[in-house]
Design a protein around this ligand. Structure first.
Ligand SMILES: [Zn+2]
Length: 143
């Protein structure tokens, strides 16, 4: 059994724990450059009443806060399902080096009943507006 499969099986176990605790069935962990498990988490969107409490999101934030850039770059996230758009955005800012997932987003959709409610739908965005005013706090910040 490869190390990737070993860690993916742990992510799947965490997904089962999330479901058993009344939350959506998703789990993730971070494995550092030396192969040590640095952190684990489960989806807690229901029990925390927090739409962002996906394990990938929580671990991406943890990594950005707790790991030095070199360690983060050598760290892999193993996750029971392919990260959603929200988590993909957080991962892009986390400095983590790699993500390995079990279920793909497409496989996840195939496991849902056709009548299951849509969990995430795009919100219409309007803009840009007020460029001359909005540029003031931004100009000179990014150098
Ligand atoms: Zn997510």
């Amino acid at each position: 059994m490869s190390d990737d499969e070993k860690y993916l099986r742990r992510a799947i176990e965490l997904a089962g724990e999330a479901r058993a605790s009344g939350n959506p069935p998703f789990g993730s962990l971070l494995v550092g450059p030396d192969g040590r498990i640095l952190a684990e988490d489960r989806n807690t969107t229901i029990t925390d009443r927090d739409i962002s409490a996906h394990p990938e999101q929580k671990l991406a934030r943890w990594a950005a806060r707790e790991l030095d850039p070199e360690t983060a770059a050598g760290t892999t996230m193993y996750t029971s399902c392919q990260p959603c758009g929200m988590c993909t955005g957080a991962l892009a800012r986390s400095g983590l080096g790699r993500v390995v997932f079990a279920l793909s987003g497409e496989q996840l959709e195939s496991l849902k009943e056709p009548t299951a409610p849509v969990v995430a739908k795009p919100v219409p965005q309007e803009g840009p507006f007020l460029f001359e005013e909005a540029r003031v706090p931004v100009e000179g910040y990014y150098r």
